[in-house]
Design a protein around this ligand. Structure first.
Ligand SMILES: CCCCCCCCCC/C=C\C/C=C/C(=O)SCCNC(=O)CCNC(=O)[C@H](O)C(C)(C)COP(=O)(O)OP(=O)(O)OC[C@H]1O[C@@H](n2cnc3c(N)ncnc32)[C@H](O)[C@@H]1OP(=O)(O)O
Ligand code: FAD
Length: 667
């Protein structure tokens, strides 16, 4: 079957891997990206970026100081948002940015991810008409400033205030304490001249909770901070170092009334407050990012899996049989067990990410028509997915990094930076433990609705079903029936964990605790229920994709799905066993099936990651390069280290040589 990555001059081990492929890699890539046309566009963009001298990197970013890296990123961003702006569709923009700039952030990241979405969904018609065309034309750059030094999670306790002054029809925006400074917002420090700032709305001394306001931070001509505004960069971080995450203090800055984002909640000139149709519509920008970050995090894991798989096919170390040749490390079962589940999870996350984006679009349509009834379901799902996927992705990338041995520790592999970027997602857009509790709140309602026989939305319909006996291992032979048996077992487990958590909670309440304290006593169990609900959704979403896939890729997707299910079940064995729904024999059966899956997938491993269709430039990894010629490339990469600009470093000349000289002269 064709693997279209084969080229003359490639590492022969990689070529051999590609020759054993049993499916058409282009078919799978087209399915992943939605169509052949999308796949071709993806390639076209990759090729054009590589050929554009404006995007050329004289030396890799890894060797640049932070300031120089920020500079290079800003320069490329200007090219993207001027020269390239009309050459790509909005949905192609993330790929263009990844290709041209990389994953560590760029000056307009928050402008796109949160500033524009906030204005689009929360500004009233007047404000939108005035500001959106300017923002879309990049006449101004904006960000989303919500988190403060003292509070990120608990938005109700944010301290920044917007106090309405009826006499002038203005809001007075103020940072009352040091810890009330906005702290963390991306692109706030140096790039943005505007921000959507989240403040407690105060009218006639009454606090009406967090609301969003458009605030100009810097002069449009000089880019100097405006009077009353203190703004800057918070310093280096684990990753995202080309992003100027910032701080901001506002000293009684006045803005006109109409700069409150008033599509949903409104303040009239006389100070009358009208609440929104759903209390949390002000939180819409967060739901937007949570709904979109699932897919992009799937892509980060896909990159790591591509690096680890290709490198493991090229790397030869040790022998399996005495006297045999040194083997490709991909032939070790431990290596396969480390890497193949990451390939499967990356596909699963990408599929789930595509489904949740569609669900977000439907919810938004409803809200535009005055219907917010889909929002609770979407909030529960995006909260669960963002938590599970970012954690899974972090673990997966770290497994991939370790699977590359010493070279995985080098920035040449691209993996340390990938890990740093990925794990940021465990914290931003709501700390994972906190967001899982949001999901759990919804599940607790679902358990009650199911008890009362009420209708349940599709994502929690399983709560209303009855459990039968687990048929895992008892439906021998037929893979379709085995998949169904496992999905039913996962449904049972998700339901059982939600009901157990609900009963534990009720027991504590009956024991005399207030609801909230009782909740805190059961949150570990609540979060377990949320994770399994989310993992069930991911498995179901993968299954839907498998069932709708064309026959040409059905078999390889089915193999991958089997591995996914078997791995997830073994990973969750404790939950499957706890109530006796599965027995030890069934877990042993799942393990046996998992080891068989590793062998089945082995010939297609490289081709499965080739179908992620990530260009060398985007992958930015010496170990993961398509042609597999890693050793020469490693040496060329290291030669660019600034420590190699001279043979004798000043540090050696100034300190080490005199020390050695002094010690020699003492003899
Ligand atoms: C060219 C394009 C390129 C794009 C490149 C993009 C690159 C992007 C890279 C971006 C990187 C980083 C960006 C990061 C940004 C940020 O981090 S912004 C800050 C995010 N902050 C948070 O997420 C804070 C987390 N906290 C909260 O969300 C809330 O405070 C919390 C939900 C935890 C609690 O809120 P409360 O108001 O106290 O509400 P609560 O009492 O718990 O719940 C009441 C009720 O409301 C429901 N609820 C809560 N939130 C929502 C929501 N968002 N939508 C719908 N419903 C919501 C909740 O479930 C309760 O319901 P119930 O029925 O009463 O149980
Ligand atoms: C890379 C990055 C980019 C960011 N970009 C932005 C941005 O653009 N705009 C912006 O406004 N913000 C941004 N943030 C801030 C981010 O949204 C917050 O850091 C995040 O929401 C977590 O809040 P926190 O820092 O207050 O953590 P905390 O809430 O202080 O968390 C600390 C610990 O307390 C626990 N905890 C807190 N509350 C509870 C609870 N109720 N139940 C159980 N445990 C709890 C958490 O689980 C965690 O273990 C960014 C952060 C990062 C790391």
């Amino acid at each position: 079957m064709p693997n279209r990555c084969i080229r003359p001059g490639d590492n022969p081990d990689l070529t051999k891997e590609r020759e054993t492929c049993t499916f058409d890699t282009d078919e799978l890539a087209a399915n992943l990206y939605g169509s052949r046309r999308n796949l071709e566009r993806r390639r076209e963009i990759s090729q054009k970026v590589s050929a554009d001298p404006d995007f050329a990197d004289p030396i890799p970013h890894e060797f640049l100081s932070r300031e120089k890296a920020v500079d290079a990123t800003a320069k490329k961003s200007k090219v993207i948002f001027q020269k390239w702006k009309n050459l790509v569709k909005p949905e192609e923009m993330p790929h263009l940015v990844n290709e041209a700039v990389g994953i560590q952030g760029f000056p307009l990241a928050l402008h796109h991810a949160m500033f524009l979405p906030s204005l689009n969904s929360q500004a009233d018609d007047d404000l939108a008409a005035e500001i959106l065309p300017r923002a879309k034309a990049y006449e101004i750059i904006g960000t989303y400033a919500q988190t403060e030094m003292g509070h990120g999670t608990n938005l109700r306790e944010l301290e920044t205030t917007a106090t309405y002054d009826k006499t002038t029809q203005e809001f007075v925006i103020n940072t009352p304490t040091r810890k009330a400074m906005k702290w963390w917002p991306g692109n706030l420090g140096k790039m943005s001249n505007y921000a959507v700032v989240c403040c407690q709305l105060i009218i006639d001394g009454k606090n009406l909770g967090p609301h969003n306001f458009l605030v100009q931070l810097r002069c449009e001509k000089t880019h100097e901070p405006l009077p009353g505004i203190t703004v800057g960069d918070i310093g280096p971080k684990i990753a995202y170092n080309t992003t100027d995450n910032g701080f901001l203090a506002l000293d009684n800055v006045r803005i006109p009334r109409r700069q409150m984002l008033m599509k949903h909640a409104k303040v009239s000139p006389d100070g009358t407050y009208t609440p929104p149709i759903h209390a949390k519509l002000n939180y819409g920008a967060m739901v937007h990012v949570r709904a979109h970050m699932i897919y992009s995090h799937g892509h980060l894991l896909a990159r790591a899996a591509a690096v680890a798989t290709r490198y493991s096919a090229v790397r030869r170390q040790g022998r399996i049989e005495n006297g045999g040749p040194e083997v490709q490390i991909l032939d070790y079962q431990t290596q396969q067990h480390r890497i193949f589940p990451q390939i499967a999870r990356a596909y699963a996350i990408l599929f789930a990410g595509q489904e949740v984006r569609d669900q977000y679009a439907k919810t938004l349509e409803g809200i535009a028509n005055g219907q917010a009834d889909l929002l609770p379901d979407l909030h529960a799902l995006t909260s669960g997915l963002k938590s599970v996927v970012t954690f899974m992705g972090g673990l997966g990338i770290e497994q991939c990094r370790m699977s590359c041995g010493g070279h995985g520790y080098s920035d040449a592999s691209g993996l340390p930076k990938l890990y740093g970027v990925q794990i940021g997602g465990c914290t931003y857009e709501g700390e994972n433990m906190v967001m899982l509790q949001q999901t759990a709140r919804y599940l607790m309602k679902g358990v009650k609705w199911a008890e009362q026989g009420k209708s349940l939305s599709p994502s929690i319909a399983y709560l209303g079903k009855k459990s039968g006996k687990s048929l895992i291992g008892l439906k021998g032979g037929d893979i379709t029936r085995e998949h169904e048996a496992i999905l039913e077992t996962l449904e049972h487990t998700a339901r059982r964990l939600a009901i157990d958590a609900s009963q534990l909670w009720e027991k504590r309440i009956k024991g005399g605790e207030c609801k909230e304290r009782a909740w805190n006593g059961v949150t570990v169990e609540m979060n377990r229920a949320s994770r399994v609900y989310t993992r069930l959704f991911m498995a179901r979403s993968f299954h839907r994709r498998l069932l709708s896939s064309p026959s040409s890729i059905r078999s390889v997707l089915s193999d991958l799905f089997s591995l996914y299910l078997h791995y997830e079940c073994v990973d969750m064995a404790q939950h499957l066993l706890e109530d006796g729904h599965c027995n030890g024999g069934q877990i042993q059966y799942l393990k046996k099936r998992l080891y068989e899956d590793l062998t089945t997938l082995r010939p297609n491993a490289v081709s499965l990651v080739d179908s992620f269709e990530i260009s060398d430039r985007e992958l930015n990894s010496v170990l993961g390069r398509r042609d597999g010629n890693v050793y020469e490339a490693l040496f060329q990469w290291a030669k660019q280290s600034e420590l190699n600009y001279t043979d004798v470093l000043p540090a050696v000349k100034n300190y080490m040589m005199p020390m050695m000289e002094e010690n020699r002269s003492k003899l």
